[in-house]
Design a protein around this ligand. Structure first.
Ligand code: AMP
Length: 363
């Protein structure tokens, strides 16, 4: 499929969370229909898409149905089973490609991939038992971040070691779940930034300005534009994103998280082969949001403008924060976005808002 998908045709989306919801809304605005595969009924995306297939992501009958009704299939989270993406790809284009999932699902594979294409990461060593942890910590002068290789998100499955003696880690491996781990060297970064970038099937590339991100309790709290980094650091972030997209033969939007160092250099932390929380600001401060950009790319449409017309700060509404919604609605410079989740559990992303300051005088 290289032609433009005609309006009225159906895009399949695997995953029905808020990102799937925002993708479905962007698709609708461009005239497309969407079918979402998600095991949880009445999920955020189900409320705005044309149809939900309520089944597990790896259910063969559901995947066959999704392939049958979709002109292209995309996804909203990186833990889509690779086997499911490959099964779909036999009968319908899957964008981004399954290879992007493979790389993003395992931190060891991801960092090896990034280093292989010339992109710096923290130093890293695989850890598969307590003895290897002691050796790896010794190699990194007693400091490091121990992470599960797979299924980690929002800082879950992580443990930080600082200036530790390299003895006495008995039980740590088991306490981390007895699953394959990776120890990363502790990066003394100045700030965290991320870039949302897109690649079209013909290789066209577009990138948004880097956002400066602040995390709280391991969850993204704010994304601020512009980031306080020099122009050459922003350019380097774009160049790294382009290198990653080209190496993967990628189609769609990707999120790349970096640590920005005091000397202006960047260290890549992780890639998210999907639209990303740190790109929500694009909805309020760009003509074409990350969601529309992703739909454009997977539907074979030309990529849109990434020009930013406002400075802005996006803030997540986590759990009970959603109670701030009425007050936020009263603020003239705020764009509010709620996800349609009934229950405000602690740590649950319920919505976000973006406070915008236009960067040009109104005419
Ligand atoms: P991650 O799940 O890899 O995105 O990590 C969650 C957060 O932990 C990051 O946003 C950083 O704030 C911090 N972090 C992760 N890895 C490292 C590292 N190697 N050095 C220092 N801080 C880290």
């Amino acid at each position: 499929m290289s032609a433009m998908l005609p309006a009225g045709t159906t895009i399949g989306i695997i995953g029905g969370g808020q990102l799937g919801r925002m993708l479905a809304m962007a698709a609708a605005r461009l005239g497309y229909r969407t079918v979402v595969l998600e095991p949880q009924a009445d999920c955020p995306a189900a409320q705005v898409c044309n149809r939900q297939i309520v089944a597990a992501y790896d259910d063969p009958a559901a995947l066959a149905e999704l392939a049958a009704v979709s002109a292209v299939v995309t996804y909203e989270f990186e833990n889509v089973p690779v086997a499911a993406a490959n099964a779909l790809a036999a009968s319908v284009p899957v964008r981004p490609p399954a290879r992007a999932l493979e790389v993003a699902q395992d931190r060891l594979v991801e960092k090896t991939f990034l280093n292989g294409i010339g992109i710096a990461t923290a130093r890293f060593l695989p850890v598969d038992d307590d003895a290897q942890l002691a050796e790896a910590l010794a190699a990194f002068d007693g400091s490091g971040v121990l992470k599960t290789r797979r299924m980690g998100y929002d800082g879950k499955g992580q443990r930080v070691f600082r200036n530790m003696e390299t003895v006495g880690f008995d039980g740590t491996f088991a306490a981390m779940g007895g699953v394959p781990l990776i120890l990363e060297s502790l990066v003394a970064f100045e700030r965290e930034v991320s870039v949302l970038a897109a690649r079209a099937a013909d290789g066209a590339f577009a990138a948004y300005d880097p956002a400066e991100n602040v995390h709280r309790d391991g969850i993204l709290h704010t994304s601020t534009l512009p980031a306080t980094i020099p122009p050459q650091t922003a350019a380097a972030a774009h160049e790294a994103a382009r290198t990653i997209l080209d190496a993967l033969g990628y189609v769609g939007v990707i999120g790349v998280e970096f640590f920005a160092m005091a000397d202006g250099s960047l260290i890549a932390n992780e890639i998210a082969p999907r639209v990303h929380n740190s790109g929500h600001w694009t909805e309020a401060a760009c003509l074409v949001s990350q969601f529309e950009q992703h739909i454009r790319a997977v539907a074979g449409l030309p990529l849109g403008s990434t020009v930013r017309h406002a400075d802005c700060v996006m803030e997540n509404l986590i759990g009970d924060d959603v109670g701030r919604a009425p007050a936020l609605l009263a603020e003239p410079d705020v764009m509010l976005h709620l996800y349609g989740k009934a229950e405000a559990r602690p740590g649950r992303k319920m919505g976000h808002f973006t406070r915008v300051t236009p960067t040009f005088p109104p005419s």
